[in-house]
Ligand binder design. Structure first.
Ligand code: ADP
Ligand code: MG
Ligand code: ZN
Length: 513
Protein backbone atom coordinates (compact mmCIF):
# COMPACT_ATOMS: atom_id res chain seq x y z
CA UNK A 1 0.00 0.00 0.00
CA UNK A 2 1.16 3.56 -0.70
CA UNK A 3 2.89 5.28 2.23
CA UNK A 4 1.32 8.24 3.99
CA UNK A 5 4.23 10.36 2.87
CA UNK A 6 3.74 9.51 -0.81
CA UNK A 7 -0.03 9.87 -0.53
CA UNK A 8 0.36 13.34 0.93
CA UNK A 9 2.85 14.52 -1.70
CA UNK A 10 0.29 14.78 -4.44
CA UNK A 11 -2.94 14.85 -2.46
CA UNK A 12 -3.96 17.27 0.22
CA UNK A 13 -6.18 15.73 2.92
CA UNK A 14 -9.17 17.79 4.04
CA UNK A 15 -10.48 16.79 7.44
CA UNK A 16 -13.55 17.84 9.40
CA UNK A 17 -14.52 16.47 12.81
CA UNK A 18 -17.80 15.88 14.58
CA UNK A 19 -17.15 15.56 18.31
CA UNK A 20 -19.69 14.28 20.80
CA UNK A 21 -19.34 15.18 24.45
CA UNK A 22 -21.66 13.90 27.19
CA UNK A 23 -22.39 16.49 29.87
CA UNK A 24 -21.47 14.06 32.63
CA UNK A 25 -21.43 16.61 35.45
CA UNK A 26 -25.17 17.28 35.15
CA UNK A 27 -27.51 15.59 37.64
CA UNK A 28 -30.44 14.97 35.33
CA UNK A 29 -31.20 14.08 31.72
CA UNK A 30 -31.84 16.57 28.91
CA UNK A 31 -35.65 16.64 28.91
CA UNK A 32 -36.73 14.80 32.07
CA UNK A 33 -35.63 14.56 35.68
CA UNK A 34 -34.18 11.04 35.47
CA UNK A 35 -30.71 10.59 36.91
CA UNK A 36 -27.95 11.34 34.37
CA UNK A 37 -26.02 8.17 35.21
CA UNK A 38 -25.87 5.42 32.64
CA UNK A 39 -23.56 3.09 34.56
CA UNK A 40 -26.35 2.09 36.96
CA UNK A 41 -28.27 -1.22 36.73
CA UNK A 42 -29.82 -1.37 33.22
CA UNK A 43 -33.13 0.39 32.66
CA UNK A 44 -33.37 1.86 36.15
CA UNK A 45 -32.98 5.57 35.26
CA UNK A 46 -36.01 5.82 33.00
CA UNK A 47 -39.41 7.52 32.92
CA UNK A 48 -42.29 8.07 30.45
CA UNK A 49 -40.45 11.03 28.86
CA UNK A 50 -37.17 9.31 28.01
CA UNK A 51 -39.01 6.09 27.10
CA UNK A 52 -41.14 8.07 24.65
CA UNK A 53 -44.53 7.14 26.09
CA UNK A 54 -47.51 8.78 24.36
CA UNK A 55 -48.45 12.07 25.97
CA UNK A 56 -45.22 12.53 27.93
CA UNK A 57 -43.88 16.08 27.59
CA UNK A 58 -40.21 17.10 27.50
CA UNK A 59 -38.88 20.05 29.51
CA UNK A 60 -35.36 21.33 28.72
CA UNK A 61 -32.58 21.18 31.29
CA UNK A 62 -31.47 24.77 31.97
CA UNK A 63 -28.08 23.66 33.31
CA UNK A 64 -27.33 21.92 30.01
CA UNK A 65 -27.99 25.18 28.17
CA UNK A 66 -25.62 26.98 30.55
CA UNK A 67 -23.00 24.33 29.81
CA UNK A 68 -23.25 24.66 26.05
CA UNK A 69 -23.20 28.46 26.16
CA UNK A 70 -20.12 28.20 28.36
CA UNK A 71 -18.50 25.90 25.78
CA UNK A 72 -19.43 28.27 22.96
CA UNK A 73 -17.90 31.24 24.75
CA UNK A 74 -14.74 29.23 25.47
CA UNK A 75 -14.38 28.30 21.78
CA UNK A 76 -14.94 31.79 20.32
CA UNK A 77 -18.46 31.08 19.05
CA UNK A 78 -21.29 33.51 18.53
CA UNK A 79 -24.15 32.64 20.86
CA UNK A 80 -27.44 32.43 19.00
CA UNK A 81 -30.23 33.77 21.18
CA UNK A 82 -33.09 32.46 19.03
CA UNK A 83 -32.94 28.75 18.37
CA UNK A 84 -35.24 25.79 18.71
CA UNK A 85 -35.19 22.06 19.09
CA UNK A 86 -36.06 19.82 16.16
CA UNK A 87 -37.17 16.24 15.80
CA UNK A 88 -34.82 14.07 13.80
CA UNK A 89 -36.52 10.96 12.38
CA UNK A 90 -34.65 7.99 13.67
CA UNK A 91 -35.76 4.40 13.08
CA UNK A 92 -33.48 2.54 15.46
CA UNK A 93 -34.62 0.84 18.66
CA UNK A 94 -32.14 2.85 20.76
CA UNK A 95 -34.52 5.84 20.67
CA UNK A 96 -37.93 4.68 21.90
CA UNK A 97 -39.75 7.74 20.50
CA UNK A 98 -38.49 7.01 16.96
CA UNK A 99 -36.99 10.46 16.83
CA UNK A 100 -34.14 12.23 18.53
CA UNK A 101 -34.51 15.78 19.84
CA UNK A 102 -31.66 17.85 18.46
CA UNK A 103 -31.11 21.32 17.03
CA UNK A 104 -31.83 22.47 13.50
CA UNK A 105 -29.59 24.43 11.16
CA UNK A 106 -29.22 27.07 13.87
CA UNK A 107 -27.47 25.89 17.04
CA UNK A 108 -26.86 27.62 20.37
CA UNK A 109 -23.23 28.21 19.33
CA UNK A 110 -22.04 29.07 15.82
CA UNK A 111 -18.99 30.33 13.90
CA UNK A 112 -16.30 29.63 16.51
CA UNK A 113 -12.68 28.62 16.14
CA UNK A 114 -9.70 27.13 17.92
CA UNK A 115 -6.08 28.02 17.21
CA UNK A 116 -3.87 24.95 17.33
CA UNK A 117 -0.14 24.80 17.89
CA UNK A 118 1.33 21.76 16.20
CA UNK A 119 4.77 20.63 17.33
CA UNK A 120 7.27 20.17 14.51
CA UNK A 121 5.30 17.99 12.09
CA UNK A 122 6.44 14.43 11.45
CA UNK A 123 8.36 14.02 8.20
CA UNK A 124 5.64 11.86 6.67
CA UNK A 125 2.85 14.31 7.50
CA UNK A 126 3.56 16.91 4.90
CA UNK A 127 2.06 20.31 5.54
CA UNK A 128 2.16 23.43 3.46
CA UNK A 129 3.14 25.29 6.57
CA UNK A 130 0.71 28.11 7.33
CA UNK A 131 1.66 31.61 8.53
CA UNK A 132 3.27 31.45 11.91
CA UNK A 133 6.12 29.01 12.28
CA UNK A 134 8.05 28.96 15.55
CA UNK A 135 11.78 28.56 16.12
CA UNK A 136 11.21 25.00 17.34
CA UNK A 137 9.55 24.01 14.04
CA UNK A 138 6.04 24.27 15.50
CA UNK A 139 3.31 26.13 13.66
CA UNK A 140 -0.10 27.47 14.49
CA UNK A 141 -3.25 26.96 12.49
CA UNK A 142 -6.76 28.36 12.78
CA UNK A 143 -9.60 25.81 12.67
CA UNK A 144 -13.16 27.02 12.22
CA UNK A 145 -16.01 25.58 14.28
CA UNK A 146 -19.21 25.40 12.28
CA UNK A 147 -21.50 24.94 15.26
CA UNK A 148 -22.03 23.33 18.65
CA UNK A 149 -25.50 22.04 19.34
CA UNK A 150 -27.31 20.29 22.12
CA UNK A 151 -29.19 17.02 21.76
CA UNK A 152 -30.21 13.94 23.65
CA UNK A 153 -28.14 10.76 23.54
CA UNK A 154 -29.52 7.39 22.43
CA UNK A 155 -29.81 4.23 24.53
CA UNK A 156 -27.05 1.67 24.65
CA UNK A 157 -27.50 -1.46 22.56
CA UNK A 158 -25.62 -4.66 23.22
CA UNK A 159 -25.56 -7.14 20.36
CA UNK A 160 -25.53 -10.78 21.39
CA UNK A 161 -24.42 -13.88 19.49
CA UNK A 162 -21.97 -12.22 17.08
CA UNK A 163 -18.24 -11.63 17.30
CA UNK A 164 -17.09 -9.28 20.09
CA UNK A 165 -20.53 -7.74 20.56
CA UNK A 166 -20.60 -6.55 16.96
CA UNK A 167 -23.88 -6.35 15.07
CA UNK A 168 -22.73 -8.63 12.23
CA UNK A 169 -23.78 -12.17 12.99
CA UNK A 170 -25.68 -11.20 16.14
CA UNK A 171 -28.86 -13.12 16.90
CA UNK A 172 -30.48 -10.46 19.07
CA UNK A 173 -29.82 -7.15 20.79
CA UNK A 174 -30.58 -5.98 24.30
CA UNK A 175 -31.14 -2.35 25.19
CA UNK A 176 -30.30 -0.23 28.23
CA UNK A 177 -32.32 3.00 28.19
CA UNK A 178 -30.36 4.62 31.03
CA UNK A 179 -28.39 6.60 28.45
CA UNK A 180 -31.47 7.53 26.40
CA UNK A 181 -32.18 11.21 26.79
CA UNK A 182 -28.92 12.14 28.53
CA UNK A 183 -27.49 15.55 27.54
CA UNK A 184 -25.04 15.46 24.66
CA UNK A 185 -23.16 18.28 22.93
CA UNK A 186 -22.07 17.91 19.34
CA UNK A 187 -19.38 20.14 17.88
CA UNK A 188 -18.91 20.23 14.10
CA UNK A 189 -15.76 21.76 12.66
CA UNK A 190 -15.28 23.30 9.24
CA UNK A 191 -13.29 21.07 6.88
CA UNK A 192 -10.08 22.92 7.67
CA UNK A 193 -7.62 20.40 9.05
CA UNK A 194 -5.01 18.93 6.72
CA UNK A 195 -3.07 16.26 8.61
CA UNK A 196 -4.01 13.47 11.02
CA UNK A 197 -1.90 15.27 13.63
CA UNK A 198 -3.97 18.45 13.32
CA UNK A 199 -7.14 16.41 13.87
CA UNK A 200 -5.66 14.73 16.93
CA UNK A 201 -4.53 18.07 18.34
CA UNK A 202 -7.98 19.57 17.79
CA UNK A 203 -9.59 16.79 19.81
CA UNK A 204 -6.97 17.06 22.54
CA UNK A 205 -7.39 20.80 22.78
CA UNK A 206 -11.16 20.59 22.85
CA UNK A 207 -10.87 18.07 25.66
CA UNK A 208 -8.49 20.35 27.59
CA UNK A 209 -10.99 23.20 27.33
CA UNK A 210 -14.03 21.14 28.32
CA UNK A 211 -12.13 19.65 31.28
CA UNK A 212 -11.22 23.18 32.40
CA UNK A 213 -14.90 24.12 32.18
CA UNK A 214 -15.69 21.13 34.42
CA UNK A 215 -18.79 20.10 32.47
CA UNK A 216 -17.71 16.62 31.35
CA UNK A 217 -15.16 14.02 32.36
CA UNK A 218 -14.35 13.65 28.62
CA UNK A 219 -13.41 10.00 28.98
CA UNK A 220 -12.51 8.56 25.59
CA UNK A 221 -12.43 5.09 27.21
CA UNK A 222 -15.95 5.29 28.58
CA UNK A 223 -17.30 7.04 25.52
CA UNK A 224 -18.21 10.34 27.17
CA UNK A 225 -16.09 11.93 24.44
CA UNK A 226 -15.98 10.46 20.94
CA UNK A 227 -15.43 11.69 17.42
CA UNK A 228 -16.35 11.06 13.80
CA UNK A 229 -13.51 11.83 11.42
CA UNK A 230 -14.49 13.03 7.93
CA UNK A 231 -11.77 13.04 5.32
CA UNK A 232 -11.40 13.63 1.60
CA UNK A 233 -8.47 14.31 -0.70
CA UNK A 234 -7.90 16.97 -3.31
CA UNK A 235 -4.96 17.48 -5.62
CA UNK A 236 -2.52 19.92 -4.01
CA UNK A 237 -3.04 23.42 -5.25
CA UNK A 238 -6.73 22.90 -6.07
CA UNK A 239 -9.72 24.20 -4.10
CA UNK A 240 -12.68 21.93 -4.82
CA UNK A 241 -13.43 19.41 -2.06
CA UNK A 242 -13.28 15.73 -2.93
CA UNK A 243 -15.71 13.01 -1.86
CA UNK A 244 -15.39 12.28 1.84
CA UNK A 245 -15.66 9.19 3.95
CA UNK A 246 -16.59 9.29 7.62
CA UNK A 247 -14.95 7.22 10.36
CA UNK A 248 -17.59 6.70 13.03
CA UNK A 249 -17.27 6.68 16.81
CA UNK A 250 -13.54 6.91 17.24
CA UNK A 251 -12.67 6.43 20.89
CA UNK A 252 -9.03 7.44 21.29
CA UNK A 253 -6.72 10.16 20.01
CA UNK A 254 -4.41 7.53 18.57
CA UNK A 255 -7.22 5.79 16.70
CA UNK A 256 -8.37 9.11 15.29
CA UNK A 257 -4.86 9.81 14.03
CA UNK A 258 -4.19 6.30 12.73
CA UNK A 259 -7.65 5.84 11.24
CA UNK A 260 -7.38 9.07 9.26
CA UNK A 261 -3.85 8.18 8.16
CA UNK A 262 -5.09 4.83 6.82
CA UNK A 263 -8.05 6.47 5.09
CA UNK A 264 -5.76 9.00 3.39
CA UNK A 265 -3.58 6.20 2.01
CA UNK A 266 -6.61 4.16 0.91
CA UNK A 267 -8.22 7.10 -0.88
CA UNK A 268 -4.92 8.12 -2.52
CA UNK A 269 -4.59 4.65 -4.02
CA UNK A 270 -8.11 4.79 -5.42
CA UNK A 271 -7.57 8.24 -6.90
CA UNK A 272 -4.15 7.32 -8.28
CA UNK A 273 -5.83 4.51 -10.23
CA UNK A 274 -8.26 7.03 -11.68
CA UNK A 275 -11.21 5.52 -9.79
CA UNK A 276 -13.60 7.41 -7.50
CA UNK A 277 -13.99 7.36 -3.75
CA UNK A 278 -17.37 6.13 -2.53
CA UNK A 279 -19.12 8.40 -0.01
CA UNK A 280 -19.66 6.11 2.94
CA UNK A 281 -19.41 5.59 6.67
CA UNK A 282 -16.51 3.38 7.68
CA UNK A 283 -15.33 1.67 10.82
CA UNK A 284 -11.68 1.82 11.95
CA UNK A 285 -10.41 -1.40 13.48
CA UNK A 286 -7.30 -0.69 15.57
CA UNK A 287 -6.30 -4.37 15.68
CA UNK A 288 -5.83 -4.52 11.89
CA UNK A 289 -5.24 -0.77 11.47
CA UNK A 290 -7.69 -0.87 8.57
CA UNK A 291 -11.02 0.77 7.88
CA UNK A 292 -13.99 -1.25 6.65
CA UNK A 293 -17.28 -0.02 5.19
CA UNK A 294 -20.25 0.19 7.58
CA UNK A 295 -23.02 1.68 5.49
CA UNK A 296 -23.59 4.21 2.78
CA UNK A 297 -24.66 7.42 4.38
CA UNK A 298 -28.25 8.53 5.02
CA UNK A 299 -29.02 11.75 3.25
CA UNK A 300 -30.47 14.71 5.13
CA UNK A 301 -33.89 13.87 3.64
CA UNK A 302 -33.94 10.57 5.55
CA UNK A 303 -34.06 12.46 8.83
CA UNK A 304 -37.21 14.50 8.04
CA UNK A 305 -36.19 17.26 10.46
CA UNK A 306 -38.92 19.58 11.74
CA UNK A 307 -39.32 21.83 14.81
CA UNK A 308 -40.49 19.92 17.89
CA UNK A 309 -44.01 21.20 18.64
CA UNK A 310 -43.66 20.16 22.29
CA UNK A 311 -40.79 22.57 22.95
CA UNK A 312 -41.06 26.36 22.81
CA UNK A 313 -38.36 28.26 20.87
CA UNK A 314 -35.62 29.87 22.95
CA UNK A 315 -35.12 33.53 23.56
CA UNK A 316 -31.88 33.72 25.55
CA UNK A 317 -31.45 37.05 27.34
CA UNK A 318 -28.27 39.11 27.40
CA UNK A 319 -28.34 38.80 31.20
CA UNK A 320 -28.32 34.99 30.94
CA UNK A 321 -25.37 35.05 28.53
CA UNK A 322 -23.47 37.55 30.71
CA UNK A 323 -24.17 35.42 33.77
CA UNK A 324 -22.63 32.43 31.97
CA UNK A 325 -19.70 34.52 30.73
CA UNK A 326 -18.92 35.46 34.33
CA UNK A 327 -18.58 31.73 35.09
CA UNK A 328 -15.76 31.22 32.56
CA UNK A 329 -12.62 29.96 34.29
CA UNK A 330 -9.10 30.78 33.11
CA UNK A 331 -8.76 28.70 29.94
CA UNK A 332 -5.74 26.56 29.00
CA UNK A 333 -4.43 29.06 26.40
CA UNK A 334 -4.64 31.94 28.86
CA UNK A 335 -2.92 29.84 31.51
CA UNK A 336 -0.13 28.90 29.11
CA UNK A 337 0.39 32.54 28.23
CA UNK A 338 0.56 33.48 31.90
CA UNK A 339 3.09 30.73 32.61
CA UNK A 340 5.34 32.02 29.84
CA UNK A 341 5.02 35.62 30.92
CA UNK A 342 5.27 35.19 34.70
CA UNK A 343 7.71 32.32 34.90
CA UNK A 344 9.65 32.44 31.65
CA UNK A 345 8.59 28.95 30.59
CA UNK A 346 8.90 27.93 26.94
CA UNK A 347 5.75 27.68 24.87
CA UNK A 348 6.24 23.89 24.74
CA UNK A 349 6.47 23.54 28.52
CA UNK A 350 3.57 25.90 29.12
CA UNK A 351 1.35 24.08 26.63
CA UNK A 352 2.09 20.72 28.18
CA UNK A 353 1.45 21.91 31.71
CA UNK A 354 -2.06 23.10 30.86
CA UNK A 355 -3.09 19.92 29.05
CA UNK A 356 -4.66 18.30 32.06
CA UNK A 357 -6.35 20.08 34.98
CA UNK A 358 -4.76 17.63 37.45
CA UNK A 359 -1.26 18.53 36.27
CA UNK A 360 -2.15 22.21 36.16
CA UNK A 361 -3.48 22.21 39.72
CA UNK A 362 -0.44 20.31 40.98
CA UNK A 363 1.97 22.62 39.17
CA UNK A 364 0.27 25.71 40.59
CA UNK A 365 0.38 24.21 44.09
CA UNK A 366 4.11 23.62 43.60
CA UNK A 367 4.65 27.20 42.53
CA UNK A 368 3.14 28.40 45.82
CA UNK A 369 5.95 26.67 47.73
CA UNK A 370 8.93 28.57 49.03
CA UNK A 371 11.82 28.78 46.51
CA UNK A 372 9.74 27.24 43.73
CA UNK A 373 10.20 30.27 41.46
CA UNK A 374 13.81 29.50 40.70
CA UNK A 375 13.00 25.83 40.13
CA UNK A 376 10.22 26.38 37.64
CA UNK A 377 11.97 24.82 34.62
CA UNK A 378 13.01 21.57 36.39
CA UNK A 379 9.55 21.41 37.98
CA UNK A 380 8.00 21.62 34.52
CA UNK A 381 10.30 18.83 33.34
CA UNK A 382 9.43 16.70 36.35
CA UNK A 383 5.71 17.03 35.66
CA UNK A 384 5.84 16.73 31.88
CA UNK A 385 8.36 13.88 31.65
CA UNK A 386 9.02 12.02 34.89
CA UNK A 387 5.56 12.09 36.37
CA UNK A 388 4.09 11.02 33.03
CA UNK A 389 6.54 8.09 32.93
CA UNK A 390 5.62 7.22 36.52
CA UNK A 391 1.96 7.17 35.52
CA UNK A 392 2.77 4.60 32.84
CA UNK A 393 4.95 2.45 35.08
CA UNK A 394 3.16 2.51 38.40
CA UNK A 395 -0.34 1.11 38.57
CA UNK A 396 -2.92 3.22 40.40
CA UNK A 397 -0.72 6.28 40.45
CA UNK A 398 -2.81 9.43 40.42
CA UNK A 399 -1.14 12.81 40.56
CA UNK A 400 -2.45 14.99 43.34
CA UNK A 401 -3.37 12.02 45.52
CA UNK A 402 -1.14 9.98 47.79
CA UNK A 403 2.49 10.38 48.77
CA UNK A 404 3.72 12.72 46.03
CA UNK A 405 2.79 16.13 47.42
CA UNK A 406 3.73 19.52 45.94
CA UNK A 407 6.10 20.06 48.90
CA UNK A 408 7.94 16.83 48.09
CA UNK A 409 8.06 17.59 44.37
CA UNK A 410 9.66 20.97 45.00
CA UNK A 411 12.10 19.57 47.52
CA UNK A 412 13.02 16.78 45.05
CA UNK A 413 13.93 19.12 42.20
CA UNK A 414 15.61 21.36 44.78
CA UNK A 415 17.96 18.48 45.65
CA UNK A 416 18.91 18.08 42.00
CA UNK A 417 19.45 21.81 41.72
CA UNK A 418 21.75 21.73 44.77
CA UNK A 419 23.59 18.80 43.14
CA UNK A 420 22.74 16.53 46.08
CA UNK A 421 21.45 13.93 43.62
CA UNK A 422 21.79 13.54 39.86
CA UNK A 423 18.94 13.89 37.38
CA UNK A 424 19.07 10.15 36.91
CA UNK A 425 18.75 9.51 40.62
CA UNK A 426 15.83 11.92 40.73
CA UNK A 427 13.57 9.43 39.00
CA UNK A 428 14.57 6.68 41.43
CA UNK A 429 13.83 8.94 44.38
CA UNK A 430 10.49 9.82 42.79
CA UNK A 431 9.58 6.14 42.70
CA UNK A 432 10.67 5.67 46.32
CA UNK A 433 8.48 8.61 47.36
CA UNK A 434 5.44 6.87 45.89
CA UNK A 435 6.46 3.48 47.31
CA UNK A 436 7.56 4.49 50.79
CA UNK A 437 5.61 7.69 51.44
CA UNK A 438 8.65 9.55 52.78
CA UNK A 439 10.31 12.90 52.11
CA UNK A 440 13.01 12.92 49.41
CA UNK A 441 15.71 13.95 51.91
CA UNK A 442 14.88 10.96 54.12
CA UNK A 443 14.89 8.61 51.13
CA UNK A 444 18.26 9.84 49.87
CA UNK A 445 19.69 9.37 53.35
CA UNK A 446 18.18 5.94 53.99
CA UNK A 447 19.15 4.58 50.60
CA UNK A 448 22.60 6.16 50.68
CA UNK A 449 21.94 7.94 47.40
CA UNK A 450 23.64 11.20 48.12
CA UNK A 451 25.62 12.32 45.11
CA UNK A 452 29.39 12.57 45.44
CA UNK A 453 30.41 16.11 44.47
CA UNK A 454 33.46 16.43 46.65
CA UNK A 455 36.39 17.15 44.31
CA UNK A 456 39.01 15.20 46.23
CA UNK A 457 36.85 12.07 46.41
CA UNK A 458 36.03 12.35 42.71
CA UNK A 459 39.64 13.20 41.84
CA UNK A 460 40.88 9.99 43.40
CA UNK A 461 38.50 7.94 41.25
CA UNK A 462 39.46 9.86 38.10
CA UNK A 463 43.15 9.34 38.79
CA UNK A 464 42.65 5.60 39.23
CA UNK A 465 40.63 5.23 36.02
CA UNK A 466 43.30 7.17 34.10
CA UNK A 467 46.08 5.04 35.58
CA UNK A 468 44.21 1.80 34.73
CA UNK A 469 43.71 2.69 31.05
CA UNK A 470 46.97 4.03 29.58
CA UNK A 471 46.16 2.95 25.99
CA UNK A 472 42.78 4.74 26.02
CA UNK A 473 44.42 7.83 27.50
CA UNK A 474 46.95 7.85 24.66
CA UNK A 475 44.16 7.48 22.10
CA UNK A 476 42.23 10.34 23.71
CA UNK A 477 45.26 12.58 23.59
CA UNK A 478 45.75 11.52 19.98
CA UNK A 479 42.37 13.05 19.11
CA UNK A 480 39.79 10.36 19.94
CA UNK A 481 37.88 12.73 22.22
CA UNK A 482 34.78 10.55 21.94
CA UNK A 483 36.46 8.35 24.56
CA UNK A 484 35.39 10.82 27.21
CA UNK A 485 32.15 8.85 27.46
CA UNK A 486 34.14 5.69 28.22
CA UNK A 487 36.03 7.42 31.04
CA UNK A 488 32.80 8.84 32.45
CA UNK A 489 31.28 5.39 32.41
CA UNK A 490 34.24 3.86 34.25
CA UNK A 491 34.22 6.59 36.90
CA UNK A 492 30.45 6.30 37.40
CA UNK A 493 30.78 2.53 37.75
CA UNK A 494 33.42 2.98 40.44
CA UNK A 495 31.16 5.50 42.17
CA UNK A 496 28.08 3.25 41.92
CA UNK A 497 26.32 5.88 39.82
CA UNK A 498 26.53 8.49 42.55
CA UNK A 499 29.17 10.74 41.04
CA UNK A 500 28.15 14.27 40.18
CA UNK A 501 28.27 14.11 36.37
CA UNK A 502 29.04 17.79 35.86
CA UNK A 503 31.94 17.80 38.34
CA UNK A 504 33.25 14.49 36.98
CA UNK A 505 33.16 15.70 33.42
CA UNK A 506 35.14 18.80 34.32
CA UNK A 507 37.75 16.86 36.31
CA UNK A 508 38.21 14.30 33.52
CA UNK A 509 38.76 16.99 30.89
CA UNK A 510 41.33 18.71 33.07
CA UNK A 511 43.23 15.58 34.00
CA UNK A 512 43.23 14.15 30.49
CA UNK A 513 44.92 17.19 29.00
P1 ADP B 1 -22.86 15.20 6.64
O1 ADP B 1 -24.16 15.80 6.24
O2 ADP B 1 -22.37 14.14 5.74
O3 ADP B 1 -22.77 14.86 8.07
P2 ADP B 1 -21.69 17.77 6.99
O4 ADP B 1 -21.71 18.78 5.92
O5 ADP B 1 -22.65 17.91 8.12
O6 ADP B 1 -21.81 16.36 6.34
O7 ADP B 1 -20.25 17.73 7.56
C1 ADP B 1 -19.85 16.80 8.51
C2 ADP B 1 -18.38 17.00 8.76
O8 ADP B 1 -17.65 16.65 7.61
C3 ADP B 1 -17.98 18.42 9.09
O9 ADP B 1 -17.00 18.40 10.11
C4 ADP B 1 -17.40 18.94 7.81
O10 ADP B 1 -16.38 19.88 8.07
C5 ADP B 1 -16.81 17.70 7.20
N1 ADP B 1 -16.79 17.73 5.73
C6 ADP B 1 -17.77 18.10 4.90
N2 ADP B 1 -17.41 17.94 3.62
C7 ADP B 1 -16.15 17.42 3.63
C8 ADP B 1 -15.22 17.02 2.62
N3 ADP B 1 -15.50 17.08 1.33
N4 ADP B 1 -14.04 16.55 3.03
C9 ADP B 1 -13.74 16.45 4.32
N5 ADP B 1 -14.56 16.81 5.31
C10 ADP B 1 -15.76 17.29 4.98
MG1 MG C 1 -22.44 13.94 9.98
ZN1 ZN D 1 -36.56 10.10 32.02
Amino acid sequence: MISLEDAMKEWEPVIGLECHIELTSLDSKMFCSCKNEHGDAPNTNVCPVCLGMPGALPSPNKEAIKDIVLTGLATNCDIEKHTMFYRKGYMYPDMAKNFQITQGPKAFCMRGHLDLTIDAPAANERVDIPEAQGKDGSYTTHIGIHLIHLEEDAAKMVHVGGREGRIEGATHSIIDYNRAGTPLMELVTEPEMHTPEEARRFMEKLREIVLALGISDCSMENGSMRADGNVSLRRRGTEKLGTKTELKNINSFKNLHDGLAFEIRRQAEILNEGATVLQETRHYDPSTKHTIPMRTKETAADYRMFPDPDLAPFDLSDEFIDEVRAMLPELPDQKAERYQKDWGLSSYDARNLVKDPTITAFFEACMKQKDAQKLVKPLANLLINDVAQLGNEVEDFTLGEGPLTPERAVSLVGMVDAQDISTKQMYEVLKFIVDEDKDPATIVKEHGMKQVSDTSALGAVVDKVIADNPDKVAAYKGGKTGLLGFFMGQCMKALKGQGNPRALNELLRQKLQ
